[in-house]
Design a protein around this ligand. Structure first.
Ligand code: ADP
Ligand code: 5GP
Length: 214
């Protein structure tokens, strides 16, 4: 079956990482592209699992070597998708899930037009603020920066093919899962469905032959 990149973007705190993690736990046909970043790890984050944590010099050297499929400055830190991560997941036969910002999504989709772009929005700004506070990962300056960046991010909505409101988490996860299923069945993605129709046509021709011989 043909595999494709699935890009999840959202204002910080809307819940895209939570949705991505749950989908990855529930579906064996998905793999995660672990991004590189210069942001310091949060408590509990593990190098090479949550992110490849890099110094600015290391990140820039990797960018010079052409190792990124896209990269961007987000909320004051550098983030990038490693080509090797995307290749690793796609070559293992899985769709590649990417949790990246709007600038990165635009760069990546230009290079990989088969990507599926999904925008996750919070049900309200008060819940966005509550979630960011409850996550307790940002100091007040970083939280203010993330809220102010959310203005630009929400305005990029038109670039995305799908929008999912993350109010009830289970419902949002089901919606994203349904989008992946529907995209997998697109005729234009080719894959085994096309082979199946070719076989149906060949069998049908034989069947018609049998009936006209009688
Ligand atoms: P993002 O990756 O978009 O920045 P996270 O996935 O880290 O956001 O979610 C931010 C916080 O909100 C986390 O503490 C998470 O557990 C919580 N959260 C995510 N989705 C929901 C939801 N539907 N209802 C309530 N809390 C949620
Ligand atoms: P966080 O610091 O909360 O993990 O992520 C902050 C922002 O960076 C989010 O919008 C997230 O989607 C984005 N991000 C994470 N990885 C990448 C990446 O590889 N490329 C780009 N462009 N953005 C990323």
């Amino acid at each position: 079956m043909s595999r494709f990149p699935i890009i999840l973007s959202a204002p910080s705190g809307a819940g895209k990482t939570t949705i991505a993690r749950r989908l990855l736990a529930e579906r064996t046909d998905l793999g995660y592209s672990v991004s590189a970043t210069t942001r310091p790890p949060r408590p509990g984050e593990v190098d090479a699992k949550d992110y490849h944590f890099r110094s600015t010099a290391e990140f820039e050297a990797a960018r010079e070597r052409g190792e990124f499929a896209e990269s961007a400055n987000v909320h004051g830190h550098l983030y990038g998708t490693l080509k090797a991560e995307v290749d690793r997941v796609l070559s293992s036969g899985q769709h590649v899930v990417m949790d990246i910002d709007v600038q990165g999504a635009k760069q990546f989709a230009a290079a990989f037009p088969q990507s599926v772009l999904i925008f996750i929005v919070p049900p309200s700004i008060s819940s966005l603020v509550e979630r960011l506070k409850a996550r307790a990962t940002e100091d007040s300056r970083s939280l203010a920066r993330r809220l102010s960046d959310a203005q630009d991010e929400l305005q990029a909505l038109d670039f995305y093919k799908y929008v999912v409101v993350n109010d009830d988490l289970d419902t949002a996860i089901k919606s994203v899962s349904s989008i992946i299923d529907a995209e997998s069945l697109k005729r234009t993605r080719g894959g085994e469905v096309i082979d199946r129709v070719q076989k149906l046509l060949a069998d049908l021709e034989r069947e018609i032959g049998k009936h006209t011989e009688r």
